[in-house]
Unconditional design. Sequence first.
Length: 400
Amino acid sequence: MFEHSSLRVLSLYEGFFSGGARVLHSTVVAGLHAHGHQQHSALSLHSAVRRETMLQRMEDDPRFRALRAAGVRISTLGRSTDGDHDPRRFTDAEMEIAAREATGVDVVMSLKEQPLRLANHAGFPQRPVVACLHRSDPEHSGTALDDLRAAADSGLLAAAVCCAESTREAYAAAGIPEHLLRVVPNGIDLTRFHPLRRARRMALRGQAGIPADATLVVYAARYDAMKNPRLFIAAAREFLERDDHGHVMMCGAGMALDNPGLVADLDESFADRPDLLRRVHPQGVRRDMEHVYAMADVVALTSAFGEAAPLCLIEGAMCGAIPVTTPVGDSARLVAGIGFVTGFDADEIAETWIEAAARRGDLRGALTAARQRFSHVRMLSGYAQVLEQAVRGTGLRIAA
């Protein structure tokens, strides 16, 4: 047996860029490290990643900065997705960095399956691996699913943390042994995500150009087919036609007017109604989503596939916005009693946004009662237990 505080954990990141899984994982790492439960470090395969038209550099990422502020040491192989290297091959110099970072740790924690191509490499020090899984469609992971299967077949995979029941079910169906799959529900920092006093909420709206009496729907997602932004925009058109005081705010990578795809989608939906388009507010990546959610009446998700336990629904709800979601992953379970589930019809979604906003006062008590269910303290405890059990189960204890 080993001391609870002595466990040493290396997290493998594909890169640091905007996205719910990276937010969640970094919350786990910073929380466990800062509270003295374990000693964490991180290795990022990429130092710069291009996604949704943006080149996102590691040093600029809020998750990177938060981990550094928590005292977590971060290193990188220095790759960029703009480079011409083979993503499945590693140079001797890269493997030297990886071996150095993994030497002396007790367990490796991989954010999603993608970094497992490094952990499976013959030159990577053999350590038990815990994979952290955040989607409900593993078949869309491509070769990364093969890497996960290979780690399970070789005995390298000690456990896989699933953020939702839908994740566990999907990966079991994809051939990952069920005894390795552990569900640890997503949680958030409730000291950050909470409703604001009315005066502060109205001040934020004023700064953002949102009228005090407007019904504000917030959409927090990257510009990606999985998130179904075209459906959201179609629903926004219907909503704004029905509600003369409605406004829509779009946040996330690619949700800005420098994205030609988004501009084309908006032009297609609003070409005949530029007056409605003036009430659509593309924001791009925001670093203060707790303020955005606190301004909102509704937090919307229109995803078509892949979601497991979307953080935007939890964060928005805990800031006082009513969640409205399509039936993907565990979304329906997340919003049960505090929000609404729709089909994939723009008219239905728009009408549900209006109903959700009208019932915001009625649901305030349910939102308050749900807060402890979404606390990140429970999540941290769950991850800590899985990591400790992973080392105990292998019988490996690496000397410093």
